[in-house]
Every structure is written in C-alpha cells, then in structure tokens.
Design a protein. Sequence first.
Lengths: 260, 260
Amino acid sequence: MSWLDTGRIQVSFGEQPAYLRVAGELRQQITNGFLPPHTRLPSQARIREEFGVSDTVALEARKVLMAEGLVEGRSGSGTYVREHPAPRRIRRSGYRSPGERTVFRQEQSDDTVKGVWEARSDQRDAAPGIADRLRITAGSRVMRTRYLFRVEGEPVMLSTSWEPLALTGRSPVMLPEEGPLGGQGVVERMAAIDQVVDNLVEEVGARPALAEEATALGGVPGRAMLVIARTHYAGGRPVETADVVVPADRFRVTYHLPVR
Amino acid sequence: MSWLDTGRIQVSFGEQPAYLRVAGELRQQITNGFLPPHTRLPSQARIREEFGVSDTVALEARKVLMAEGLVEGRSGSGTYVREHPAPRRIRRSGYRSPGERTVFRQEQSDDTVKGVWEARSDQRDAAPGIADRLRITAGSRVMRTRYLFRVEGEPVMLSTSWEPLALTGRSPVMLPEEGPLGGQGVVERMAAIDQVVDNLVEEVGARPALAEEATALGGVPGRAMLVIARTHYAGGRPVETADVVVPADRFRVTYHLPVR
DNA sequence: TCGAATTTGTGCGTATGTATC
DNA sequence: GGATACATACGCACAAATTCG
C-alpha cells in the first residue's frame, strides 16, 4: 500500500548505496583534475538534479567527501575542493648532524623554514603511561616540558617531554631550556651528566585531536593528528621520553633505514 | 504556521548540535566504563526516547561514534562498544631477521599472531605519483600487486606494491607471489636479479580512509588510517615502492634507531 | 523450521537556522 | 535585503540481517 500512496521508488542497483556511488563519481572528478582545488562542487540541489537522487543522498555523498578531507563545506557559500599541500617532512635517521642541535631542528629538520618555539617546564608526578615509558615507578617526580613550535608565526607542532628527576635533579641540565646547555638537544644535555644516549625508539601513531590540542594548533577537535612517542635511551635505560603532536594532513615522518 | 501545524519544535541550546550532545553523553558512558566493551548501545529507538530526540539525531549520533571507532554497528543486531585493544606494533628497523621472510611478517612483525594474505597482481601504467617514487617516467609499465592481510580471519591491513617492469619484466621474479621465490620478501627477490637492496625509506602519514579502504577493512569512510609509503633502494635506485594502510586506532609503527 | 519482532542501514521529503554572496 | 547554500533537524518507509520464541 504505502509505496502506492506515496509514489516513492527505491531502486536497488545491487552493488553499492546511491550516496557512495555519487561520492565516487565526484571523487573521480576531483582526483582526475576535472574539479581542481578551490573550485566549487555542484550544490546539493544541483547534485540532486544531475545525478537524479534525493536531497539526502546528495547530502550523504558530500559528507563522505568531507570526511575524507577532499572537500570542505562552507556554510552559505558552497562545497570547495581542498588544496592538498605538500606535507612537511619530519626527517629521522637516528644520528644527528652537528647543525641540528636544537630540539626544534631535531624534530623539524626542514632547512628551508625557520621556526621558533616557546617552552614551559614544571615538576609533577609521573602518570602511569609516562612512568611505563621511562621505566620508573608511577608517581615518581619528573620534569615535564611543553613546547609550542611556530613556523612563520603559525603554531604547527606541540611537544611534551618528560625526564626523570631522579636523573637530572640537582644538575645543571635539570631545566631543558635554561642553564649553560639550555635549548640544546637531549643527547648533549644528557652527555653533560654522563648519560651517553645511544638509542632512540619512536612510535608513530595517529588519533583524533584532543580539544586542547585543537585549540593550540587552530583546528577542530577530532582532526587527525600524528603522534610520535619518542624515547631516548642511554645504555638501555630510558632518559627522556616525549610526545610530538602535529596535524596529520600537514606532516609526514620519514625514516631512512639501512638494510642488513 | 508550519511549526504550529506540525507541532515540531527546534530548541537551540546555543552551544552544540543535538547529535553531538547525544554522542558526547554516550561517549562519556563508554569511556568511564558504564558501557564496557562488547555491550550494546541503546538502539536507535531507545536513544530517541531516552534523549527526547528525533530518529535522525539518534542516527547521526551513532554515526559520530562509529566514525571515531568507539562503536561498531551490526546490521540487524545492534551497535556494540568496541574492544580497545592495545595497538598492534609494526616494528621496523631496516634489517630483517632470517625468520621474517614473507611480506606479511616483514610488515607485521608480530610474532604472537599468525596472519594470512591474499594478493592480486596486474600490469599497468605508472601514475605520476608512483612514477615519481620509482624515479621512472610516468606511464611506464609497472607490476602492481595488491594485498589484503587478515589476522584470525579479520582483514586488518591493505598494501599495494609497485615494481618497474623495466627491472623485473621477463625475469622469474616478475610476479611477486608466484615462481620459485613467490611470497618471499622484496630483498630476496631483487637479489635473484642482482639487485642488492641496501636502503629503505619509509614515510609515515595519516589520512582519512577512502571509501574503498573502509569497505575492505570494515570501517566507515573518514576513519583515520596510518599510511606507510615504503621504498626499497638498490644502489640508490628505487626498485620497489608500496603503500601500507592500516587503521590508525589499532596500529603503531615503531622505529628503533641507533644514535650517532 | 518457521515466522514475527527488532535493529541497522539506506533513502525520501520537508522545514528551518544561519552564513555568505 | 534577497538569493543561495550549507547544516541541522523532524518524520517516515523499507530492505536486509539478526534474534528469538
């Protein structure tokens, strides 16, 4: 009865939902350049007409493309193809050249741009996860230092570093950004207290941005972030660990590895 | 008139949309353990009643949680809280132990679980991006092999490999998964045609899942994926490049690097 | 074994708020 | 101000999968 009453028709194409088909065709037009960056997609009403689908399907299709980061909806204006900027590379290879002494350069390693950073240190009890990484008992005191890196004034990277105070306490390098070796790298600072850093482990993952991170880096909560959990070891013992957080759509981490 | 006719009410709480509020409350219940893994969320109808919202809002709220990977919808059954397993580690260090000879183990490197994979190869013209990575001219013929890896039957990893046919064509290792060295690693296969792989570059990034990937790995479009773009070099010349794609919430890539 | 009820997933039409042009 | 377009929201219909008596 009901379909007679309303005259609604649902045609099954057997394969995939209509909104995925529409999204696919639009994606095609974007990736093959027919819809270059900054151009406007057909409006919801146009999609409805051109593809012969309903408003809902047109909306869902746009949502898929937005979720994929291909397009960006601007309320009242349109849906626009996003520029896909060449991502910055964070280059890692274990050793560091003499020119790369600062924390920023160590992580940035991009010679062409100059960055500045702010840092703030405080002492706190180690949270279980951090204690685990530093292989100390949870609740031990650690020096936490938070960094905000900027490139051309724009904040692009967050970093939080933890060092066990049992190691650095009452030494000249207790505060990473102060003293004679202030602002130098972990390797140099640890060398000053006879800790020879010989190994480095980095865990790369990704997760949605925390609200705080989104605020600091000027994005929306939920934006994908790359997280590098890095730990420096001296003779098998962790001497420092840090989380480096960058927007996933603007960064890549590259590793150069010898084979054999 | 209209709102009087229908009795529809749209109350603006000024802050955030209703579907985000509902999603937030459900997320709260999940993260604080009130809704532990494997339990069922209230059905769409229940959400509608309990939160006093419409069907659409309840649906959108569920979609948000699904996009975040917190829950998983099973058609006809319910929406279930996902287990949040400790992320699998993909361990990388450049060299490979003799036991890690297969592609899967090379990428998986998780001794505790056993995986199987399917592969399909075809020949095609190199797309510009791939040609760039292989340092060949765009349009050159390449052998493309696509892998789907499963752990305990569940698909968890996608990988696409490209090799220049100018290198492997008319050799016994032209097809990665066939012939005497079929299924062996890139290093072994290249050695068979006198290409000594000595370097490996990996670029780790993250991006939202393409619809196709989401389908293959059982997620929703937009879910964050880790992408490892890996290139093998023999004497400075690229001999193979591949994209490895895994869900970001279930994997970490770990690199062990010597210092100095 | 069968069938009814439930639930998700997809889809339709419409209304309204609000940002942009 | 008016037109356009996106974002959110309401209500409903139906297919497919699942569950359960």
